[in-house]
Design a protein around this ligand. Structure first.
Ligand code: GP9
Ligand code: MN
Length: 625
């Protein structure tokens, strides 16, 4: 590169470095970004670089005057976006996401408080723009214009791309599947930087806006016909049996059914649940149907009776859609609704999505006292979480619908020695080994929670629902799993069977007198109509894919999000049909009658979400608009 004179790049480098340093200072002083290691700090430091070099690089395509103007305007606009984020963060404690910004009420709130939020030192945020202007005016020799050749531009953008890829690569080692799975704005900003995050947000929002614009109400008519044809009448005896009771629903992190009534090294893994089941309705053939959105997908299924998406987390991609979720329906019947979860409120975009689901309140991390002693792994330990939740629960207007999301039994299943009530298992999988003590811990925390409810008089008049959100042990641990289950290997058939999660309905005064184990094949999709019927709420005009679990002719059927499905006698996975009795392959013709139905359900559900079709459904006049 003999001909390269560094002067050519000076202006771009000065502007980039100024904004880069400024952005990093803003990260450290205005945002509350949790950093756990030097590597994370390094990623945070380099993440603004690729974007800044990229945009300032456009100046290499311009003549002198245009270049100067472009550099100053770009520096100003970028600084403005950064400053807008600072203001937004001061107000909402969160990073800007387009739909939130354009929700008129938010704009209004923000607008009114701009003066309050303003600090005199904020003016410093634009100091570098002023500096650039000064350079152009007074020190033009320093930022002298020299044309850049095509070859040089190419080399420049090659370097920019390399920096961007390096950043993404590092982020990927820190957070696998960052862009498709883990959706927390803080995590995105931390890993790809605030500017790239905005571009990502814009792309995501435009894609769903376009799909939405192309959809029309006629699409809903077919879907409604399908749903009405599938509907099963509720069981009369149980309809309304829990009318007006408080609803307490608990998402049990990563809990799979195989630990229920099972032991590790001769000790019961879930003694409390095993006992609780004996006073409840327990569903032992109940499947999770989640995809990449994990816990949030389970929440979505349970409260909407729609399938989550095949890619991405619907909580993130379609959070501003129109839904008819359980909290919203219950509100019409006089219920107050709240979620309790001691994690960052923007995780899985919950703070936004919960508004669309009709929640009145979200008790997120900021409501809890979280410190080193009471945390492990992902955050507040379940026992402390429940303990600190009860005083809030007591203050809610009744009847309430309250959802609790546990956290301790989350991969990588960390737990302090003092909390281990059963030993780790011994196998080649550290993950499986550690799973048992954390499951046991969660089981114990549920016990104290129920005791707490009893003590506070919140038990008798409630209906308590517990569900496992998704698997905890992935197929990467099949060998250890086979060892634990005493099998030679985990076949695809076994894999599907391992997707069962516990589902428990406990109605004090009812289920303790007549407990029941129900073995119908079912899934998370069935929870919404089941619960509404128990509360005496008619679902004739509701759009849902599940069926009431107590209805006499509820089909034995569960479709998993990857297209596998389970019927009374067969399991279908990757185009192979298995006989449940033997676990062996059988003729595909046995599965054929259900293949179309499984596909149809997922397609219809996807259509509703991508087209935001429920906006065409006027539930008040009970017909398609
Ligand atoms: C995070 C918690 C766990 O808030 O819900 O998420 P997961 O990784 O299981 O989806
Ligand atoms: Mn989970």
């Amino acid at each position: 590169m003999r001909n390269v004179s560094p002067g050519k790049y000076r202006f771009v480098l000065i502007a980039t470095i100024l904004l880069w340093i400024k952005t990093y200072i803003v990260y450290k002083t205005c945002f509350d970004i949790e950093i756990e290691s030097w590597k994370q700090e390094f990623i945070l430091f380099i993440n603004p670089l690729s974007f800044l070099l990229f945009v300032f690089g456009f100046s290499f395509f311009m003549k002198e005057k245009a270049r100067n103007r472009y550099m100053i305007i770009t520096s100003f606009l970028t600084s403005f976006v950064l400053y807008a984020n600072v203001m937004f963060y001061r107000f909402f404690n969160d990073f800007i996401t387009l739909p939130v910004l354009f929700q008129t009420s938010n704009m209004g709130d923000l607008g009114n408080s701009v003066f309050e939020l303003f600090r005199f030192t904020d003016l410093m945020m634009f100091a570098d723009v002023v500096l650039l202007m000064w350079l152009v005016r007074k020190k033009s020799a320093l930022v002298q214009f020299e044309p850049v050749t095509k070859k040089e531009r190419r080399a420049y953008y090659f370097i920019v791309a390399a920096i961007a890829l390096f950043n993404l690569g590092l982020a990927e080692t820190e957070r696998p599947e960052l862009l498709t799975r883990t959706f927390d704005r803080e995590m995105l900003v931390k890993n790809i930087g605030t500017y790239n995050y905005h571009i990502y947000d814009i792309l995501l929002q435009s894609k769903s806006k376009a799909q939405r614009a192309l959809a029309d109400s006629s699409e809903l008519a077919d879907i409604e016909n399908y749903i009405r044809a599938n509907e099963k009448a509720p069981e009369k005896e149980l309809f309304g049996i829990a009318k007006n009771r408080n609803v307490i629903i608990v998402s049990m992190e990563s809990l799979q059914s195989f630990v229920i009534n099972n032991t590790v090294n001769g000790q019961e893994i879930t003694p409390f649940l095993n006992d609780f089941i004996k006073q409840s309705y327990y569903f032992d053939n109940f499947y999770h149907q989640t995809g990449q959105g994990k816990t949030s997908d389970a929440e979505f299924l349970i409260e909407n009776s729609l399938y989550p998406l095949g890619r991405g987390a619907v909580f993130f991609t379609h959070a501003t859609n129109e839904y008819m979720a359980t909290p919203e329906i219950l509100k019409k019947h006089g219920y107050y609704s709240a979620v309790f979860h001691a994690n960052n409120k923007s995780f899985w975009n919950r703070d936004i999505m919960y508004q669309s689901l009709g929640y009145d309140n979200y008790f997120s991390q900021e409501y809890f006292n979280v410190n080193e002693e009471n945390s492990v792994g992902w955050g507040l330990k379940d026992k402390d979480f429940f303990e600190q939740s009860i005083p809030y629960l007591k203050t809610l207007p009744q009847p309430f619908y309250a959802k609790f999301i546990t956290l301790t039994n989350h991969f990588p299943f960390e737990l302090g020695e003092e909390d281990k009530m059963v030993p780790e298992y011994t196998s080649n999988s550290r993950t499986l080994n550690r799973y048992f003590p954390t499951v046991r811990y969660m089981d114990e925390s549920l016990k104290t929670f129920i005791e707490g409810l009893k003590k506070e008089g919140l038990y008798e008049n409630s209906i308590i629902i517990l569900y496992g959100d998704h698997y905890g042990i992935s197929e990467n641990h099949n060998k250890a799993m086979a060892q634990y289950l005493g099998k030679e290997e985990i076949t695809p058939f076994d894999h599907v069977q391992l997707q069962r999660v516990p589902f428990i309905i406990h109605i004090p005064g009812v289920t303790d007198k007549h407990p029941k184990v129900i073995s119908k094949v079912s899934g998370q999709i069935d929870v919404k109509p089941t619960l509404l019927h128990l509360l005496g709420i008619d679902t004739k005009n509701d759009i849902h894919f599940g069926q009431d679990l107590f209805s006499k002719d509820k089909m034995d059927f569960a479709v998993l999000r990857d297209g596998s499905f389970v019927t009374k006698d067969y399991v279908f996975k990757e185009n192979v049909c298995y006989d449940k009795k033997t676990g062996l392959k059988t003729d595909i013709s046995h599965c054929e009658p259900y293949m179309e139905k499984a596909k149809q359900e997922l397609d219809y559900s996807d259509k509703i979400i991508y087209g935001d079709l429920l906006r065409f459904y006027d539930n008040k006049i009970k017909k398609i608009k």
